[in-house]
Design a protein around this ligand. Structure first.
Ligand SMILES: [Zn+2]
Length: 263
């Protein structure tokens, strides 16, 4: 099997896996006619199916097996091959043609997720109208997986639309949940407001002029100098360093004057 074709088949099978819950090993319901064709074409059917789509589990109904038994002795090889496959039970106590049996097993929905391997064109055209059925047949000694049918494509589209609509429901649910949570959030905001200290940060606020001045005179030594130089840059209305020094000198003079008087 060509690599390109195998890749295409894998891609097609992924559509069945992702949308119709097909799982490995893929169950292949096989009809007597394709067994005959594979033997005539000397095509190893199971091997080819495995190469095409991966692990497979072959199933044959009693009715299809009976079709092969009804053939002349030349089909003994086909019977031997078919008997290796797992028997798919059907409701027919008296065997019916394998094609009819498969059609009834599939029903209208293919609930068991079967792939169908059949040569009969009438059955294939009927099965194409039911979504989610991978169809195999042999053409010129090559195993073919049919392209995805229109009914399957339509079903895939509706499945995708349903997925989108589910997400809309989820959005609505999320909205309703957020609405419910909103009062709690507001409470938290109120709580935060109460916790927040009133007014601006006192460390970032300039002291009032009078407060600054009193603190200035209460401080002594270098601390006072540093604070005044710092404040002078910020506020030109405060007394400058030179005026403060002058006042201190005056005080010293007064003290020294008073000391001299006492002596
Ligand atoms: Zn049957």
């Amino acid at each position: 099997m060509r690599v390109k074709r195998a890749k295409q088949y894998q891609k097609n099978m992924n559509v069945y896996v992702n949308n119709f819950k097909f799982r490995e090993p893929f169950q292949v319901l096989i009809n007597s006619d394709i067994i005959k064709t594979s033997l005539e074409a000397k095509l190893p059917l199971v091997e080819q199916l495995t190469k095409a789509v991966g692990p497979v589990k072959m199933l044959i109904s009693n009715c299809s097996l009976q079709d092969l038994r009804n053939e002349d002795g030349s089909m003994i090889g086909a019977v031997v091959l078919a008997r290796k496959f797992e028997r798919r039970r059907c409701s027919h106590t008296t065997p019916v043609p394998g094609i009819q049996c498969i059609e009834e097993i599939i029903g209208t929905e293919n609930i068991n997720n079967y792939c169908v391997a059949v040569q009969d064109q009438t059955l294939r055209s009927k099965l194409r109208k039911i979504h989610g059925i991978p169809l195999f047949h042999i053409n010129r000694s090559t195993l073919i997986l049919e392209p995805i049918s229109t009914s399957t494509k339509d079903k895939v589209k509706s499945i995708e639309q349903n997925k989108l609509s589910i997400s809309k429901d989820e959005i609505q649910r999320l909205n309703s949940v957020s609405m419910k949570n909103e009062p709690a959030e507001q409470k938290n905001l109120i709580f935060k407001k109460f916790k927040k200290p009133k007014g601006p940060n006192p460390l970032s606020v300039k002291k009032s002029k009078s407060a600054k001045q009193t603190s200035l005179y209460n401080q002594s030594g270098n601390d006072a100098k540093e604070s005044t130089t710092a404040n002078n840059h910020k506020n030109p209305t405060l007394p400058s360093v030179s005026t403060l020094d002058a006042e201190k000198k005056k005080r010293k003079r007064k003290r020294s004057h008073s000391k001299s008087n006492n002596l």
